[in-house]
Every structure is written in C-alpha cells, then in structure tokens.
Write a protein that binds this ligand. Structure first.
Ligand code: SAM
Ligand code: DTB
Ligand code: SF4
Length: 335
C-alpha cells in the first residue's frame, strides 16, 4: 500500500476531531485513512462509533427477493442479470400475501426492518403500486420498511414516500472511475440522480457498495468520498463483500482479505460516523473472527436469515451464537 506523506496524514488526524460529521472529505484524506496503522484506524473508528451509537448493539434487517432474476441490466457481479447464465430462476413479482407472511416470519425471528428487493432496471407504475401496498402491509406488522427497486423518477419516489417507506436502497457500488468496468447499462450519474430523488422525497437513503471486485484502494476511497460528500450522509451504508457467483464475469475474482475489508468499514465509520453501517453480503464466506473485526471497525447492522436475495447468508442460529460470543444484542427500531 502506498503511504501518503506524513503531512497529509497529520492534517487528516488534526482536522477531523474538530467536527465529526463532515461533508468536505477529499479523496486524499480517505486514502490517508486507509494507510493508517491498523490499530490507530480501529481506535479512531471505535471512538467515533461510541459517540454516536450504543457500542454493542447491531441493527437487524431481513431481506426478501420479491421479484427475482431476468434483470435487463448488465452488472458484472450480479447473479440476477439476464446477461449471464447463473442458474438463478426467473420469478414474477410475488403476491402481497406471501410477502406479508415472510414479513411476519422475519418479525418472529427478531428482525426490526424488512427489506424487499426487485431485479428491475426501474419499476413500472403498476408494479410500484403493488410495492406501495406491500410497504403499507409490512408497516402494519410493526417492522421498518426498505425497498430496492432500481432507478426511480421523482414522482415514483414521492409515491413510495406517501406509502410510508422508511428506507430506499440504491448502491453506488464502487468509484465513479471503476463503475464503467462493472456496469455498462447505466451511469454513475443515473445512480446519483435516483439518490437525489429519494432524498428529496424525504425517504432515508441506504447506499453503499461492494468491495472485492478487483478495485484498488483508491477506488474504495473514491466510493466512500462520494458517499461522504453527498448533501446528507446516507442514513444507512451497506458494505458488501463480493459474493463471486459462477456464471458472472467476476466468478474467479480472488477474495479480498479480511483486514482490508475491515479497513474499508473503519474508514466508512470515520467518514460517516452517524450512519448505520451494514456488514452486508459476503458474511457466509467470512470467519467469525473476520466478522468480529468488522464489528470492532464500526459495523452495526446485518442481514439476518439464511438467504440474501439469491445467495446464502449464515443461519440464524449461527448469528445468534456469534452475537453471544461477542456480547452483541439486536437494537430496537427507531421508527
Ligand atoms: N436492481 C436493483 C439495483 O440494482 O439497485 C436492486 C437489487 S440489486 C441486487 C441490490 C444490490 O445488491 C446491488 O446494488 C449490489 O450492490 C448488491 N449485490 C448484487 N449482487 C451482489 C454480489 N454478488 N455480491 C455482493 N453484492 C451484490
Ligand atoms: C445490499 O447492499 N446488499 C443486499 C441489499 N442491498 C439488497 C443485496 C445483496 C445481494 C447479494 C447477492 C444475492 O443474494 O443475489
Ligand atoms: Fe439488475 Fe440490480 Fe442485479 Fe444490476 S444489481 S443486474 S440492476 S438486480
């Protein structure tokens, strides 16, 4: 890892404590954070984490794929893209009763938020109407709601807001420069426009990315700098470790090492100290020790339940055993 000048590191160290929540982060500062000695980085991340959150609480979300596979988008990491043969079955939009049954089950399992994902480039108006009804139903069950449906126009974001939606997930995935290598069917700007529509509609933004797609540390710094310089930090920031799925162009991508992954979490915690950071996809491929490192680095949210959208996630019992070992407990919903 290229070390940056001592001056720049010093400047970063002395600048941040004056104000914890900053929107003027630079790429060079993010890179400087990445090059900190690991213990210093974790100490700084932990200190900020404890200023904004209960130290040992983790928010628990359960994910459901409400419309699976056959997506027209070409995202090199994604098992649901119609451009690749991954063995993912195409399924139509689920009916509302099955979705609500899954939400009840998630609540019984201990989740506080229910996230519904659809393999769409953007929703059509009829599908959006159906999703709004699902949001209303899930809220009645007593869960926070999150959906991820692809790009949204302003009026579509407004409609979701009126249904009472709490969070909209839309990831920027990587740096602006590396984005073109990974996704060919939409631009970084498209992604940022949707985030703006969501923010303007008063919905909490959930936006993060994927680590381990062959990007450089500079790309990771770029991704976090883009998120941390938005007009508001996303209230929720998912950091996914690539799940390398056979049939996708990234299937042979070597796994990123746990220390570099934890560094990404720690830098995200420092740059967006008041945001909930989700240790997202990839936990099934991590050791307990690697996950513990991520919680120590400032991660305070997980997906809970044995599948993500189409790939495996740890069994609930394994997660509860890990929480016990680490003295972690699920946090209560805010809304
Ligand atoms: N189609 C919508 C979209 O792209 O916004 C919503 C669903 S899409 C599956 C949601 C996010 O899942 C992607 O933005 C990406 O960050 C993440 N994701 C998809 N496949 C992944 C994989 N193989 N490993 C890690 N994260 C993945
Ligand atoms: C996010 O950042 N990660 C979740 C959620 N938002 C929708 C999705 C992970 C998907 C992993 C691949 C799959 O299971 O298909
Ligand atoms: Fe479609 Fe979303 Fe997968 Fe891209 S990430 S192929 S938009 S489901």
């Amino acid at each position: 890892m290229a070390l940056l000048s001592k001056d720049l590191i010093q400047q970063t160290v002395s600048k941040a404590p004056q104000t914890d929540i900053r929107h003027d982060w630079t790429l060079a500062e993010a890179e400087a954070l990445f090059s900190f000695p690991f213990n210093d980085l974790l100490f700084r991340a932990q200190t900020l984490h404890r200023k904004f959150f209960a130290a040992n609480e983790v928010q628990i979300s359960t994910l459901l794929s409400i419309k699976t596979g056959g997506c027209p988008e070409d995202c090199a990491y994604c098992p649901q893209s119609a451009h690749y043969e991954t063995g993912t079955n195409r399924e139509p939009l689920m009916n509302i009763d099955s979705v609500l049954a899954a939400a009840r089950e998630a609540k019984r399992g201990g989740a506080s938020r229910f996230c519904m994902g659809a393999a769409w480039r953007r929703p059509n108006d009829q599908d959006l109407e159906a999703v709004c009804q699902m949001v209303e139903g899930v809220k009645e069950i007593g869960l926070e709601t999150c959906v991820t449906l692809g790009m949204l126009r302003e009026d579509q974001a407004e409609k979701l807001s009126e249904s009472g939606l709490n969070y909209y997930n839309h990831n920027i995935d990587t740096s602006e420069e590396y984005y073109k290598e990974i996704i060919t069917t939409r631009s970084y700007e498209d992604r940022l426009n949707t985030l703006e529509n969501v923010r303007n509609a008063g919905i909490n933004v959930c936006s993060g990315g994927i680590v381990g797609m062959g990007e450089t540390q500079k790309d990771r710094s770029g991704m976090l700098t883009t998120l941390a310089t938005l007009p508001e930090h996303p209230q929720s920031v998912p950091i996914n470790m690539l799940v390398a799925v056979e049939g996708t162009p990234l299937s042979d991508e070597p796994a990123i090492d746990a220390i570099n992954f934890a560094r990404t979490i720690a830098v995200a915690r420092i740059m967006m100290p008041a945001s909930v950071l989700r240790l997202s996809a990839g936990r099934n491929e991590m050791t307990d020790e690697a996950q513990a490192l991520c919680f120590a680095a400032g991660a305070n949210s997980i997906f809970y339940g044995d599948v993500l959208l189409t790939t495996d996630n740890p069994e609930r019992a394994a997660d509860m055993a890990l929480f016990d070992r680490l003295g972690l407990k699920p946090s209560k919903p805010k809304t």
